[in-house]
Design a binder for this molecule. Sequence first.
Ligand code: ZN
Length: 730
Amino acid sequence: MIYKPEELRYVNFLWDDAVANQLDPVERLRYRSNILGSDQRITNTGGGNTSSKLIEKDPLTGEEVDVLWVKGSGGDLRTSTRSNFASLYMDKFLSLREIYNRAEVKGVKTPVEDAMVEMYRQCVFNLNPTASSIDTPLHGLLPYWHVDHTHPISVIAIASSQDQERLTHEIYGDEIGYTPWQRPGYDLALKMSEAAAQNPHLKGFVIGQHGLINWANDDKACYELSLSLIEQAARYIEQHEKGAQTFGGQKYTSPDPHQRQDILIKLLPRLRGMVSQANRFIGTVHITNQVLQFVNSFDAPRLAEIGGSTPDFFLRTKIKPLYVDWDPQNETYENLLEKLESGLAHYKADYTAYYETCKHPNSPPMRDPNPTVILIPGLGMLAWGKNKSESRVTAEFYSLTIEVMRAAEAISHYQGLTRQEAFDIEYWELEEAKLKRLPPEKELARNVVVVVGAGSGIGKAIAHRVAREGAHVVCVDVNTEAAQKTAQELTDIYGAGIGVGGTGISGCGPAIGLSADITRRDSVRSMFEQVVLAYGGIDNIIVTAGIFVPPDMQGHIADDKWPLTYAINVTGGYIVADEARKIWQAQGLKGSLVLTSSVNAVVSKSGSLAYDTSKAAVNHLVHELAIELAPLVRVNGLAPATVVEGSSMFPRPRVISSLHKYGIAFDESESDEALREKLAHFYAQRTLTKSPVTLADQAEMAYLLSSNKFSKTTGQIVNVDGGLPDAFLR
Ligand SMILES: [Zn+2]
């Protein structure tokens, strides 16, 4: 049956004729895909695909031809643009069936089935570069114009129930067929298309342990059918909801949110260290009422052990999460740590056994055996991934799995995919090939870099530089707006990532902007707490925040400006290091700290006593912190000189007074930057390299000192000054 838009309670009807009717047929497919993907109850990030068979003009012959437009490999329905759809000549695509049939051995998981994926490239219409996905035959072989394949929670719940076939018939009658789980590919598509051809009353299939596929010869009708089928399943589930008895009832109660946050702040760096021994991970905290209801329940340990139900999810969530049976009311934090240690050891042994038992002679080598999802009563879900986007998707997928389990347990008993089928997806050669095609990871990938002073000047340049190397960047500045502006610039460049997991600040993208006054320990501490909640820990810190109080004609500043100069330039760096130390030690992972000094630290001259002596203290602070924080953290100093470009330390009056002082001709009407450039060129002439020192030069050195390229260098001050003999090391 088809529900009217106003009758739908479990999905939103978003189709708007006024929008759709203005679009060309391919854009209508894009539109249909976006509105399907915008609802998590319909499909997950990156999950599902849609298609339309359209009549196009052949670019060579000018004749009308049938073309299959289908969501390509790697795209996402919610965010798809036209460029995410592959297009294939239907006649060429259909002719591939002969190639498949000619193979001596054919069927699911045979070499010819995997080889078909390469053949789709032979059918490309109009040089479209978008790669076809493994689901292409599912769409191409079905004898209908429009096809939606989605992963709706309510339908996956049916498909993950022990009596999935009976439930499919009970809910949908004979409109919708049932097909048991089979790894997606050509064989499944053949079976389904043959069944559809023989049973013209069929409007779709529930695919066991997987999802829904349905079709129509009109695109809007296909969309309406998708929504109605999902609604029908959701209504059936609603009638069987177990209320307080969901997941067997609640075994534990959660601590209050403040207490929970305190525990998480302590726990996250420890946990990040535990799971990151082979590869560093970025964390996402995901705490919703649904997640808490699950982790606090009697059934959580049993259900968590069953693992994922649908392959799309557990490629990220792994076959199962680590559930830690900790009693938040009656056990201590130390108990939790012990249980995590032993739980992780057990998990890794289990994963290794799973790999050894299920592997084939040609299977790719075992991947990182650490869990990507950790569930703790009272605390919620902690997800891990190689970057923020991945860890957010992981959190999203396991929270969807929880929804699926809740619904499946309401109507039947939840059932996972068998371990062998799970393995054959996780270690599928086509998946391995995809992984191998990924570009190598960047130098600071998997790293969280905190840049203090990122609101302007050198700090801002460094934030941009390390982001280019794949770092997650925490932009810190005493000026909140400036910090957030830099973070926003980075997010605009690199994108917020896919996935909708993560609660509070943990739902962030690759960069965040935070304020901190580094002269105050409490301010620095609460800044780091936010970083830990956002990403799970820290790796590298670069401090560029500093102050230069302009001296009078004699080179002096007021007495009360001395403590201010020292508080920001010296004590601030120490406080940042000292607060970060706890996080570094909890993680037990190598890190780095770069403090900003100045060549003035070693060049004796008159004119800026307070500033120069404070920078001399920074140099020694670098030496002593290098000793204190060894062997975990390398500490180095960056000593810039006369970076005039974009520097807050060179306001217009200072530049003009310097130009006067050095007798450089200029015009009052010239812009700030033009005047700065004149001064920079004058300074450059005093250096050995005769080149102005730029922000980019400083940012490059700060990045290099933070990276593994300088992994054997600590306790050093590196000048980036164009070459000033007075500042040479003695
Ligand atoms: Zn699917």
